[in-house]
Design a protein around this ligand. Structure first.
Ligand SMILES: NC(=O)c1ccc[n+]([C@@H]2O[C@H](COP(=O)([O-])OP(=O)(O)OC[C@H]3O[C@@H](n4cnc5c(N)ncnc54)[C@H](OP(=O)(O)O)[C@@H]3O)[C@@H](O)[C@H]2O)c1
Length: 256
């Protein structure tokens, strides 16, 4: 898909990965709606700031009604409450689902008619390596990213008939506000944005943006005991060890 000349909508475009996506789409010749809860926080020239809170159905409906010709939708907005499913505040657990799952779904439902008005259109959902691997201390985020992965897989089938290709991006930590305090290695979000847009342009269904995401994806075939050997070790009363990618991805506990 040629990106130049397209009209794109990016949620959470005021900072982090979303800002890079909006900037690079603009630089590749697309017309860009830069969605943000506070549109005044959009500091990019040459894009159209637009208010959108993905957890607010009315705000999503207004954003869809006040835009036109969108043929690329990037669901990038994300929250990170660092909540355990067992002991975290349930309001935080719900916020993760509201943002990543229901927020993405609301955007897709609202924009599907606009996307369907084009012979060829695209949705990119910004997922994570944590769609595939969970850590208890951030279990709410991981569960929401897994739910968003499942949503993506259902919608890519449902939207194929109208010519809308649905892609997912999986990535480990990136150097943005969200991962501030994480001590594990972090990717440059500008590089990940480039990989994401190349993925849309070349029609990749699943964009695996870094090595660690590829390693975890490969590990899914090993089942639960392969992904979480420490649980099996505990059962057997032997020393607990994490897999290599899980050890590398473990967020810094002192941050929470
Ligand atoms: N950073 C990582 O390590 C990492 C790794 C894998 C995947 N991801 C995913 O990458 C995406 C971008 O994250 P990031 O790293 O760029 O994080 P970030 O710097 O914290 O930015 C998050 C963005 O999402 C927006 N947002 C949050 N809730 C929203 C809502 N209800 N409605 C609309 N916008 C909302 C924020 O807007 P405000 O400025 O208004 O808060 C901000 O623009 C997220 O989906 C995240 O889950 C991040």
């Amino acid at each position: 898909m040629e990106l130049a000349g397209r009209t794109a909508f990016v949620t959470g475009a005021n900072r982090g990965l979303g800002r890079h996506l909006a900037q690079q789409l603009r630089d590749r010749g697309a017309t860009v709606y830069a969605g943000a809860r506070n549109p005044a926080s959009i500091d990019l020239a040459g894009v159209t700031p637009i208010a959108v809170d993905v957890t607010d159905p009315e705000s999503v409906a207004v954003a869809a009604a006040t835009t036109s010709n969108v043929s690329i939708l990037i669901n990038n907005a994300g929250s990170s409450t660092k909540s355990s499913l067992l002991t975290g505040d349930l309001a935080d657990v719900r916020l993760e689902m509201d943002t990543h799952f229901f927020g993405t779904l609301a955007m897709v439902r609202a924009f599907a008619p606009q996307l369907g008005g084009h012979t060829e259109s695209a949705i990119l959902n910004i997922l994570s390596v944590l769609s595939w691997l969970s850590f208890p201390d951030i279990g709410a985020y991981c569960a929401a990213k897994s739910a968003e992965w499942s949503l993506t897989n259902a919608l890519r089938q449902e939207l194929a008939d109208q010519g809308t290709r649905v892609s997912s991006l999986h990535v480990g930590y990136m150097d943005t506000d969200m991962a501030r305090g994480v001590e594990a290695p972090k990717a440059d979000p500008a590089v990940i944005a480039r990989i994401a847009l190349d993925g849309i342009a070349t029609g990749q269904a699943e964009i695996v943006a870094d090595e660690i995401s590829g390693a975890v994806l490969a590990g899914l075939s090993g089942g639960v005991d392969g992904l979480y050997p420490q649980v099996a070790s505990q059962r057997r009363g032997t020393a607990a060890t994490l897999t290599e990618p899980a050890a590398a991805l473990q967020p810094d506990r002192s941050d929470r």
